[in-house]
Structures are given as C-alpha cells and as structure tokens.
Design a binder for this molecule. Structure first.
Ligand code: 5RP
Length: 256
C-alpha cells in the first residue's frame, strides 16, 4: 500500500511569499535537513542497485537536480569501475567531470543501461513531472534511450494526481505567447520562468493550477502544440523503478 506523505510546502515555497516565510521557519529548516537525509538515502540506494551490474561497457545516464547531485557525489567513490556516463544537463556533466568521471555524447554511446534521476512529482504508476531544474528535454531524451530508468525522490514527491507542482514546458522563444495561449485553453495558468534559458537555448513556461488526471493524453496534447519542444510529463516513458525515501527507509516501487 502506498501512502501519500506530507511536505508539499517546499514546492509551494516557489509560489507565494507566505510559503517563503514557512520555508525559512525553524520547523522547515528541520524538515529540509530531513529531506537532505532522504536524498542521501535514495542516492545511496540507487548506487547499491546499480553496483552489481557495472560491467566494462556499462553506460550510465545521469540526471539533474539536487538529488541527482547527491548521486553524482556518491558515484565518485566508484569512478574506477565506471566506463562512461551521459548527462542530462551541462551542470551535471561539469559535476561529473570535476569528480574525474568520463562524460560522453549520447550519439556515440549506443545504449544507456541505467538512467538515474530525481523528479518533482510522481504518482503510483511512476509517471512523473520533471523539469524543475529546466533540464526536462535532455532528461526525456536520456530516459527514452535508457533500458532502466531509476527515479530517486523523497516521499514528499509522491502524489495521487500529478499537477500540484507547476508543469514545466520547454518552448522555442518566439513561440512563447502562442504556446501560453494554447496552455490556457487546456485549463492551465502558464507563467514565464524569467531569466532562465535552457541548455538548448529555449525558455520555460511553468503551468500552474493544472491538475493532470490523465498524464498520457496530456503529455501528447501539449507536445502537439507548435513551438513546444517538450513538456515535463514523463508518462509515455515513466520510470521503471522508484526509490522513495520515507521515514521508514527507502521503499522500492516498480512500474506494473
Ligand atoms: C531537473 C529535474 C529534477 O529531477 C527535479 O527538478 C528534481 O530536482 P531535485 O532533486 O532538486 O528535487 O527534473 O530538470
């Protein structure tokens, strides 16, 4: 039985000044510390999962974000056993290289055996919202190639219905207003993520107030809007394994 865990205010902190006050309270600092410990636990669990499978030709896909960063730092301890990685962002590639871990071009590696990445939200079908770090398009590409997609997240990310976290949509800059109007027609409130340019030179619209009971259909519908590069729904290609950090330890959920 999967239970929905509390802790949504960290996401909420990005949305309103009230939540920002909560974010800086003592109670929240304690929760943030707990979340750091949960990130550490799920990153370690991912490392333990892949370790027995590392061969001379294994290719690892590495995600983006604070949880992925914890994983990268742990991976450094195994650098001698790692053949090559591909990264879902320039920042993760730089972090991997700083640790002396080789980063290759996805077009040159042929296969990706495991892709390890965080998420902004997940449901119990392991369909995700990603893109809080603006890396959604490269994340989706690496996930598409990967044989096994391992998602690592703390328990606050598990929801019944996706959409409490604003859905990121990567957009070609000149199409921004057009895409925003189309997203309003779909029922959402798109907000331009000011000052953010993706690794691909595009912009991000975050769709607020957008409950997504049918992620598969919505992912396809948004991707069909002219000017959209991709959206942060990972339903057509969900995670295969979710390592979820909870107060009872790391739970392993598999896609059915
Ligand atoms: C980046 C992502 C991240 O996986 C997502 O934002 C989760 O990040 P964090 O581990 O910092 O909570 O999709 O584009």
């Amino acid at each position: 039985m999967i239970t929905v865990l509390p802790g949504f205010f960290l996401h909420c902190a990005e949305l309103s000044p009230l939540c920002f006050i909560l974010h800086t309270s003592r109670a929240d600092r304690q929760t943030a510390m707990t979340q750091d410990a949960l990130k550490q636990a799920v990153a370690q669990a991912a490392l333990d999962f892949i370790k027995p499978h590392l061969e001379r030709d294994t290719v690892l896909g590495i995600g983006t974000g604070s949880t992925a960063n914890v994983f990268i730092d742990l991976l450094a301890g195994l650098r001698g056993d790692i053949n090559i990685t591909v990264a879902s962002s320039e920042s993760s590639a730089a972090r991997l290289r700083q640790h002396g871990i080789q980063v290759g071009d996805l077009n040159a590696v042929g296969q990706v055996d495991f892709y390890i990445d965080g998420a902004d939200e997940t449901n119990s079908a392991l369909q995700l919202i990603k893109g809080g770090g603006a890396a959604l398009t490269r994340e989706k590409i690496v996930a598409a190639v990967a044989r096994t997609f391992i998602c690592i997240a703390d328990g606050s990310k598990l929801v019944h219905t996706l959409g409490q976290f604003p859905l990121p949509v990567e957009v070609i800059p000149m199409a921004r207003s057009h895409v925003a109007r189309e997203l309003v027609k779909l029922g959402g409130d798109p907000v331009y993520r000011e000052g953010v340019v993706t690794d691909n030179g595009n912009v991000i619209l975050d769709v607020h107030n957008f409950s997504i009971p049918q992620p598969l259909a919505m992912e396809a519908k948004i991707n069909n809007i002219t000017g959209v590069v991709t959206n942060g729904l990972f339903a057509l290609r969900p995670a295969d394994i979710l390592l979820l950090g909870t107060s009872n330890g790391v739970e392993t959920l598999r896609a059915l």
